[in-house]
Design a protein around this ligand. Sequence first.
Ligand SMILES: [Zn+2]
Length: 282
Amino acid sequence: MAPGLPRGAGSREGPGNRMTREDGLRRALVGLTLGGVKASPQTQIRLLELADLDAELARLDHRRRGLPEIAELVRLEARASELKDALVVTETELGDLAREQSRAERDVEQVRVRIEKDRARLDAGQVSAARELASLQSEIENLHRRQGDLEEVVLELMERRETLESQRDEVTTDRESLGAEIATVTARRDEAFAEIDEQAAKASDQRGGIAADVPADLLALYDQVRKTKGVGAAMLRAGRCEGCHLNVDAADLKVIRAAAPDDVVRCEECRRILIRTPESGL
Ligand SMILES: [Zn+2]
């Protein structure tokens, strides 16, 4: 809205939408046409090619970012990280159990050596006093019990290790097949990326060629609109803007009809540059 114009002046909403000639001129100035930017109809029509290529580039970008392989990889990587953590936990526990088992085995060995010594003393007849003999025999019995207990501990530890080892092997197998799956999906994603990038490079090249033919001021205007709208120009077809798909109202059509062929006109609704063709319904 130009300074000095009351808010809502020329708005198509509400009553009092009847335009005076002065209103129309003012609107033509502030809304539809662009003071300064003029271009031949042939040049203007090239903006439609730019718009098509920009739409194509946007579509490719959208497709690239929305590839199902990307979401699938996120899921697979999360699972891989879970398995990795599980593996670390299992390996740590296995290490602890191995140390515990060696300790218990050392204890068994100590007890066994002690029993042997006691037996040697008995067999050598070194102990003759009845009380001492009874005490030594009782110690040997106790040591045997202790040995039995310790051996049971060792067995139990071995069983726990075996269970954990088979768990670890399962996790390792899962990781391997997951790794293969990740590689497959990554390859599929990269293939899609390559295809999309190739198409995008082609479209960008074409775009560059056309942009080089468009005068700088018109291109700057187009690019300014493109920043917010994705594409900066649209065809006026049968009185309708093909950018926002809204009908251009009668008053605006009148202004457009009155505009010179090299005036650059814009859609009042979406602000895209409107390209006039024989199909515009003017
Ligand atoms: Zn529009």
